[in-house]
Design a protein around this ligand. Structure first.
Ligand code: NI
Ligand code: MN
Length: 246
């Protein structure tokens, strides 16, 4: 399993069996992202909400790759109107991809208007995703969100994600302190910060986040990635190792 950071809240996850899952592909509009959009060839695209810094290059990538976009019902309808494949779902629901990987849509405390059209269009609700890989390993992408108590009682206690991708930028989402509390509630082995330093107004030091995590969450490793860097875990269960590579 490989998690490649593409900057902001964008990640390409490659599952143990090679399924390519692209999340929130805000790439061409992000000066910090160093991945050419045309190199991205995902099998599926997950979009957490309708804001342009998450929807990003979704239409172009879906068009070029033929990938199906999975997102909330209202955004799916918007994408289908452009003649592209999209599957709509809603909070609390799961869908299976090829009977191997499972996608669960979970709550996020945020807004979701489609803000890059002439007038803001209805974008349903903001969400996060739990991605359950073939091995059963779970990755939680929180989308944009405030701290909310279901991170403890639903996502932490019931879904028990192994790896959490959490926003730390503040202003529009949790800042470093709330994100550290979220980390302790989730109980994940690994936390990867996102949604920071893309714009001046969300400047944060991931090392400060790591210090807060160390204070409140015993045993969680904070793994900040630079755009283009990946976090990988060994395929075999029980034989896991952690590494960062280019
Ligand atoms: Ni947003
Ligand atoms: Mn955002």
């Amino acid at each position: 399993m490989k998690i490649k950071y593409l900057g902001h809240s964008a990640f390409m996850i490659i599952s143990e069996e090679g399924l390519k899952i692209l999340i929130d592909p805000f790439i061409s509009g992000n000066e910090l992202s160093n991945t050419p959009v045309e190199e991205l060839n995902p099998d599926i695209i997950l979009v957490t909400h309708g804001h342009s810094d998450h929807f990003g290059d979704t239409l172009d990538i879906a068009h070029n790759s033929g990938a199906t976009v999975i997102c909330c019902h209202e955004i799916a309808t918007f994408i289908q109107k452009q003649g592209l494949n999209s599957v709509g779902m809603n909070i609390g629901g799961s869908i299976s991809i090829n009977d191997l990987v499972n996608i669960t849509m979970v709550f996020a405390e945020h807004s979701s208007g489609i803000d890059f059209t002439e007038e803001i269009e209805e974008g349903g609700v903001a969400a996060g995703f739990i991605i359950t890989l073939e091995s059963g390993k779970k990755i939680y992408h929180a989308g944009d969100t405030a701290l909310f108590s279901d991170m403890k009682t639903v996502i932490g206690d019931i879904y028990q994600p192994d790896i959490a991708l959490l926003p730390i930028g503040d202003k529009y989402t949790m800042g470093v302190e709330d994100a550290a509390i979220a980390t302790s509630w989730l109980g994940s082995r690994i936390v990867i910060p996102m949604h920071y330093n893309t714009f001046p107004e969300i400047e944060q030091d991931p090392e400060v986040f790591a210090q807060y995590v160390d204070e409140v969450s015993l045993g969680t490793v904070t793994m900040p990635l630079q755009p283009g860097e990946s976090y990988t875990e060994e395929y075999e269960p029980g034989d896991e190792y952690e590494s960062i590579d280019e």
